[in-house]
Design a protein around this ligand. Structure first.
Ligand code: SF4
Length: 356
């Protein structure tokens, strides 16, 4: 993604902790990433690494009294973390929208799909309704109905008159997710946060929804923060990937660069664990388990599972350093830019570690 395109969202040093019986549980620690207009960024990591907490914190969806937060979530020069719930109404759904993993549970079960969609159209598409009424000389009701039909057809839903009369439990997961995408994009938001938006769907439906999301957002110029545990999905639709582990971002790079030249030992481990067509050898796995965030390991949080760890890894938190165009990594093996060393020296260090 072109670095000249201005930043839309800039998350800096975001930390979130929840109270626990053994002291605060630091779910996020120093999370930093940015999103440019029209860009698709994947936030990838294992379940429990803090991806969804990151998404919810951006929109202030976690009640303030239940957690401690620190850092910046900068959108149009304002820190969203400091805004009141009333001020946030101008952003949620309008400027920044969200699609969740289980679409049926995020649609109101007591109203029909038609009632809910038409209410949203009246709220978000005032100009479109007016222009349609004047150009076609139709009533408000007819204009809203016409726009509702268009929005459902746009996301590939058919038989819309029947859908208008249906309740969320009467439609399939794939249809519900298409409906949620239609409602999430109604206000033409600048950012869409898709939190495991395709994880609960069949593989074929998943592919359709991914293409739909990518095409619609490209047409409307909407940037996507795509949260997933699936590296295959990240490879399919994202421009850049940020790899997250135990509440920290370990590596960020353009998608092709990350898959061709992964540097962090955790990213390398994740990629080796992805099955490939025709593979004859056993899949490799990362030894150990994800740490208890109530009592995380000191220094690099990945060090108990890392085959390349150095003595300093147990006590010093690695800083993020730049190792290429938009490629950043937080690992003591890569102080390349800070010490002015050539990347090949870094590669050699990793190869030595892998061999021995
Ligand atoms: Fe491994 Fe050390 Fe790098 Fe952490 S900082 S990933 S322990 S080499």
């Amino acid at each position: 993604m072109n670095e000249q395109i201005p930043l839309l969202l800039d998350v800096q040093d975001l930390s979130v902790s929840f109270p626990g019986s053994r002291g605060p549980v630091r779910i996020l620690e120093g999370v930093s990433f940015s999103l440019r207009a029209g860009e698709v960024l994947a936030l990838v990591g294992e379940t429990g690494c803090g991806k969804s907490v990151t998404a919810k914190t951006i929109l202030n969806l976690i009640p303030r009294l239940t957690c401690e937060r620190d850092g910046l979530v900068q959108f149009e020069g304002r820190n969203l973390l400091n805004l009141s719930n009333k001020e946030l109404l101008a952003y949620r759904g309008r400027r920044i929208s969200m699609v969740f993993q289980n679409p049926q549970s995020s649609i109101n079960p007591v109203f029909t799909l038609g009632e809910q969609l038409k209410r949203l159209i009246r709220k978000h598409l005032v100009d479109e309704i007016d222009s349609l009424r004047h150009s076609e000389e139709i009533s408000l009701r007819q204009a809203v109905h016409r726009l509702a039909r268009e929005k459902l057809l746009e996301v590939g839903l058919t038989d819309v008159e029947r859908l208008f009369k249906s309740y969320p439990h009467q439609i399939s997961g794939g249809m519900a997710q298409r409906y949620r995408i239609a409602t999430a994009l109604l206000g033409s938001p600048e950012i869409l946060i898709a939190d495991e938006a395709t994880s609960a769907l069949d593989v074929t439906v998943q592919a359709h929804i991914l293409n739909l999301l990518k095409n619609l957002c490209r047409q409307k110029g909407t940037a996507i923060l795509f949260i997933t545990h699936d590296l295959g999905i990240a490879a399919q639709i994202c421009d850049r990937v940020a790899v997250m582990y135990a509440g920290r971002i370990l590596e960020t790079a353009p998608t092709v660069e990350l898959f061709e030249n992964p540097l962090h030992p955790y990213t390398r481990g994740l990629l080796k664990a992805v099955p490939r067509l025709g593979q004859k050898t056993r899949l490799e796995q990362i030894p150990g388990i994800i740490p208890d965030l109530a009592n995380p390991p000191g220094g690099c949080r990945f060090h108990p599972r890392c085959a390349h760890r150095l003595v300093r890894c147990e006590r010093e938190k690695p800083a993020r350093c730049s190792v290429g165009v938009e490629h950043r990594v937080a690992c003591h093996l890569y102080p390349a830019e800070a010490r002015g060393e050539h990347n090949q020296a870094v590669e050699a260090a990793v190869s030595r570690g892998a061999d021995g």
